[in-house]
Design a protein around this ligand. Structure first.
Ligand code: IMP
Ligand code: MG
Length: 193
């Protein structure tokens, strides 16, 4: 894994230059994989309309890229949930803090999420969206951590399946920071924050 090219960003955050983030997936690798997911979605929904529902905030960058790589009639909506408390551990409880703007009844829905981790968030969202009777409901996750699963749930489109490591960048945060890193990086356990 090459050391990250983020000296300036870390500097701006007052993090010592000796600290290095390791790139797990580079922007080039992400771009290639998102294009493949976009092709798969384009094939699977040929001739149909789809609503992509992004889970704020982590999925915003993935959704922006994925949506531009699908060549079908597509609209967006966003929900927000509170579940992941500040830091690296989840509370287990999920609450919807921003609901859908548009009805999804009778529509093809793809939930777009940054990471499928324990599955608690997506399990909750799938349950409440199914109550609205969409025509179909699928999940696209940029990353999947299968070893962490508590809820039995799988994504239909997965960017990369990863081991149990805490990652940041490409929309994903640690205490709201690092979302703007263009690569997906590993946050070392002893990182000074
Ligand atoms: P789940 O409900 O446990 O599946 O949690 C999913 C959410 O936890 C994701 O949408 C992320 O916001 C957050 N999350 C899980 N793992 C990581 C990580 O490695 N880095 C940043 N956020 C994470
Ligand atoms: Mg999230």
């Amino acid at each position: 894994m090459p050391p990250a090219r983020f000296g300036d960003i870390l500097n701006a955050m007052d993090i010592p230059a000796s600290q290095q983030l390791l790139v797990l997936y580079s922007r080039e690798q992400i771009e290639k994989r998102v294009a493949e997911l976009g092709d798969a979605i384009t094939r699977d929904y040929a001739g149909e309309s789809v609503i992509m529902i992004g889970v704020l905030k982590g999925s915003a960058i993935f959704l922006a890229d994925l949506a531009r790589s699908v060549h079908i009639d597509c609209t967006f909506d966003f929900v927000a949930v509170s579940s992941y408390k500040k830091g690296r551990t989840t509370s287990g409880a999920v609450k919807l803090t921003k609901d859908l703007d548009e009805p999804i009844e009778g529509k093809h829905v793809i939930i777009v999420e940054d990471i499928l981790d324990t599955g608690i968030t997506l399990g909750y969202l799938r349950k409440i969206f199914m109550q609205h009777h969409p025509k179909s409901l699928k999940i696209a996750a940029c990353l999947d951590k299968p070893a962490r699963r508590i809820e039995p749930i799988e994504a239909d489109y997965v960017g990369f399946s990863i081991p149990n490591q805490f990652v940041i960048g490409y929309g994903m945060d640690y205490a709201e920071k690092f979302r703007n890193l263009p690569d997906i990086c590993i946050l070392p356990p002893d990182f000074p924050l």
